[in-house]
Design a protein around this ligand. Structure first.
Ligand SMILES: [Ca+2]
Ligand SMILES: [Ca+2]
Length: 378
């Protein structure tokens, strides 16, 4: 072989290897520092935009004060692929894209899968669709509009950006406009120090997860002041409802659930009582943040789902949970960045990079952030 051919082949091999390494490490190199002045896109459902104009304007100013560039978009297209295309286009601009806030009823992707345990097909809304911008989403039967699988495509299955939803419109017991007003009012109050809590966490572990209490606690790395309740006979609906009225900054609860209620006791039968969305409406909840290890509690398309009801209760600012069966495991991958002052959205994005339960795990694919993704606990 001629020398110049050999040199060309060597250069080509080095180039390919370098590109491979870059593909692996680039997501970690993405700037996460909140003074990086990255772009945040705020989509507002155009039918309510004029009603909440001053609230969104204040919110925009608050995010600018945090150091971000903000683009406000009034959005009316109901096709979720159009929304994702808009995010992809924004991410390809020179300024890049950190994430998005979806205010009002905005489209969501629906995933379909076969649940072999129950021998039936299930669907759930999946916001990973809006945050993994270079992976491939497959809809085998485009006439049903349901996605069937998620592949690396020409990129990877991991999220490049984060997203959070602020939408009370699935609630049937709340004036939606007032819910927006109250939410943005307390959001601004928290950002200006008028709403605060002692830096403390309640970790509430019902029967079917209590055997691993020490493992769960080992991953709760954002708080040193933790109250853990995990004695099976004590963790009941009545006790939990009482503790919702106590002062904690963050509540992380492990409990069987349907979208509209928690079921305490082993096996998911509610033998130790139930807490439903009406209870959450009527209880004077005190916490600011929730992580619901509670199946389907954050199925935000479901009428009167628990996650949305928590979010628009008294003091709540953000709720993390699953829109399907499952919840957050490998919690330190979420709580470590949160404890370092990273925003909720970025902490969620980084959590997906954990080595065991990332976007390939069916149990993780429904993880959802309801509320403002730009808040921190610091
Ligand atoms: Ca990706
Ligand atoms: Ca119990």
């Amino acid at each position: 072989m001629k020398k110049e051919y050999k040199a060309a082949i060597i250069i080509a091999v080095i180039l390919v290897a370098t590109m491979g390494i870059l593909a692996v490490i680039l997501p970690y190199l993405k700037p996460t520092n909140q003074t990086s002045f990255g772009v945040v896109r705020i989509y507002v459902n155009s039918t309510i935009a004029s009603n909440i104009y001053s609230q969104v304007n204040q919110y925009e100013q608050d995010i600018i004060s945090q150091g971000y560039l903000v683009d406000i978009v009034n959005w009316s297209d109901t096709n979720v692929t159009s929304l994702r295309d808009d995010l992809i286009n924004a991410s390809l601009q020179p300024r890049g894209l950190e994430g998005a806030v979806l205010i009002g009823d905005l489209p969501s992707a629906i995933m379909r899968y076969y649940d072999s345990s129950w021998a039936l097909w299930r669907t759930y809304p999946i916001d990973l669709y809006l945050t993994d911008l270079d992976g491939e989403w497959v809809d085998l039967d485009p006439s049903d509009g349901l996605f069937d699988s998620h592949n690396n495509g020409t990129g990877d299955k991991f999220p490049e950006i984060w997203v959070g939803r602020i939408c009370p419109e699935s609630l049937n017991n709340t004036n939606h406009l007032n819910a927006y007003y109250n939410y943005f009012s307390r959001n601004h109050a928290y950002r200006t120090g008028q709403l605060s809590r002692p830096h403390s966490q309640l970790v509430y572990i019902d029967d079917d997860w209590s055997a691993w209490t020490s493992e769960w606690l080992g991953d709760m790395t954002a708080y040193s002041n933790i109250t853990c309740i995990s004695t099976n006979s004590i963790t009941t609906a009545a006790d939990y409802k009482n503790r919702l009225t106590h002062i904690y900054e963050f509540i992380h609860v492990f409990v069987h659930s349907w979208p509209y209620e928690h079921l305490f006791g082993s096996g998911g039968y509610g033998t130790e009582g139930k807490v439903n969305y009406t209870d959450i409406l009527n209880i004077n909840t005190k916490a600011l943040f929730y992580n619901l290890y509670a199946c389907s509690a954050c199925n935000f398309e479901y009428t009167a789902n628990m996650g949305t009801q928590y979010l628009f209760s008294n003091n709540t600012l953000a709720v993390i949970g699953s829109s399907k069966i499952g919840g957050m495991t490998m919690n330190s991958y979420f709580y470590n960045p949160l404890s370092q002052g990273k925003i909720f959205g970025e902490s969620m994005r980084l959590w997906y990079w954990n080595p065991l339960h990332g976007p390939s795990d069916n149990e993780s694919m429904g993880m959802t952030l309801l509320g403002d993704p730009l808040l921190t606990i610091i």
